[in-house]
Write a protein that binds this ligand. Structure first.
Ligand code: IMP
Length: 424
């Protein structure tokens, strides 16, 4: 199966990095197609922990990695990662950066922060990494792209033009400090010198790889319910994590994608604001948070925790064309005698639905209808195959498959990279 998209099926942090890391072993190339340093993948390899925000996870397996045109790039973060990987003995010679990706500039970060402050109670709860303002400039056709770093004169000119407007906004609207042209231009020229060798026609590179029959993985960042078009707007990110965007975000035809694997936790987490029907009441929420280590990789924020929501997952299956699911962190549920799983929502008029509400007010008011499954209360540490799982854990997995009509082919049972059971 040459082209496989790995997509988050919930609100992010499903453990996509770990699944990509596993599948990358048998792949020739790993590509990111959207998002920026708002993403955070944590991979545990023996005693080493890798936290990655910009470079595709395939770097750990020594695979060529593409940062596609659909991504936004904070040069400081990217360079920090390149340096860190080199220091830890990984080659970065095969990192390919699209010239059409957009650069996150210091004013994007400043505006993201100032705008969240101004929104007060209505804040989105962004990662404050400048993602939204950078994509907004892209859509307004005033962004600065990676290819602009190839020419020092053009880069400086673009920074000058942008700052003339951004400083007005910062000072007059957001009452924030303006940026100094000379300082930003010098800083970005230093970044440019480091990043120039990585700039590539990545659309051509990925297409050529596919034509040569290579196995290519497309690594989604964030997730379906954070999708700008299909997620829980406005509590979403500013790009399209859904699988179809793997084509647009890397510059290949949609018919080149062969397989979509959705990644879901065995429960749900969400960071930031917004409705969350299955958010757990009472002490069990903190219990899941502690057991699952549910604190943000990028921001360190506490993640909100909920029971598995099959209505939302069914929606993700539909939007992405998911045929296979990777179910991660099943071990976290080992500590509960009973496990509620949401199979339907009850709407304001009292009716019940198994489909995700199309209207935001219906979603806000939706109440989860649970089926309670038996827990297993046994550690999964010694499970080497699916057959070793306690019967109730296997039942949990089969219940998900039956409700969604998809196969669960991978099951995560612990943080380490080895702790994934394969089912297909
Ligand atoms: P932004 O992407 O920083 O603009 O944040 C918008 C929303 O997406 C916020 O609710 C963030 O918490 C959420 N978000 C962004 N990236 C991630 C991620 O990698 N995991 C989980 N949530 C994320």
């Amino acid at each position: 199966m040459p082209a496989t998209v790995i997509v988050g099926a919930q609100w992010g942090d499903e453990g996509k990095g770990k699944i990509v890391d596993l599948l990358a072993q048998h792949s020739d190339l790993v590509c990111r197609y959207q998002g920026g340093p708002n993403a955070g993948h944590t991979i545990v390899v023996g005693d080493e922990t890798y936290k990655i925000r910009a470079i595709p996870t395939g770097i750990i397996r020594g695979k060529p990695c593409v940062i596609g045109n659909g991504c936004v790039v904070d040069p400081e973060v990217l360079i920090g990662e390149l340096d860190e990987f080199e220091r830890r003995g990984h080659s970065v010679d095969q990192v390919y950066l699209s010239g059409n990706a957009h650069l996150i500039m210091p004013w994007h970060v400043a505006i993201d922060q100032a705008s969240e402050r101004r929104l007060g109670n209505l804040a989105i709860g962004t990662t404050r990494r400048g993602i939204g303002p950078c994509y907004a400039d892209k859509a307004s056709r005033i962004g600065i792209r990676v290819q602009d770093i190839l020419d020092a004169k053009i880069l400086r000119q673009k920074i000058e033009v942008a700052l003339a407007e951004k400083n007005l906004w910062l000072e007059r609207v957001y009452e924030s400090e303006p940026f100094d042209l000379e300082t930003v231009a010098a800083q970005y020229e230093t970044y440019a010198q480091r990043l120039r060798p990585f700039v590539t026609d990545t659309s051509l590179y990925v297409d050529t790889a596919l034509r040569e029959g290579k196995d290519v993985l497309f690594e989604g960042a964030q997730a379906t319910l954070l999708d700008l078009d299909h997620g829980t707007y406005p509590f979403v990110t500013s790009s399209n994590p859904v699988a179809a965007n793997a084509a647009t975000g890397t510059g290949i035809g949609p018919n080149r994608i062969d397989r979509v694997i959705g990644v879901t936790k065995a429960y749900v987490t969400r960071v930031g604001e917004g409705p969350f029907p299955t958010e757990i009441d009472g002490d069990n929420q903190q219990r899941v948070r502690e057991l699952g280590g549910e604190y943000g990789t990028v921001t360190g924020r506490e993640r909100r925790c909920g029971w598995l929501d099959l209505v939302a997952l069914r929606y993700a299956v539909r939007l992405n064309g998911i045929e296979q699911l990777a179910l991660t962190k099943l071990d976290v549920l080992s500590h509960f005698a009973e496990l509620p799983v949401c199979t339907r929502y009850r709407l304001r008029d009292g009716s019940e639905t198994e489909h995700f509400p199309a209207h935001q007010s219906d979603f806000h008011a939706a109440r989860p209808v649970y089926e309670t499954l038996p827990g297993w209360e046994e550690a999964l540490d010694d499970c080497v195959t699916v057959a070793d799982l306690p019967a109730a854990a296997r039942h949990y997995v089969e219940f998900v498959e039956h409700e969604l009509d998809v196969e669960v082919t991978l099951i995560g049972t612990g943080a380490d990279r080895e702790r994934v059971l394969t089912r297909a």
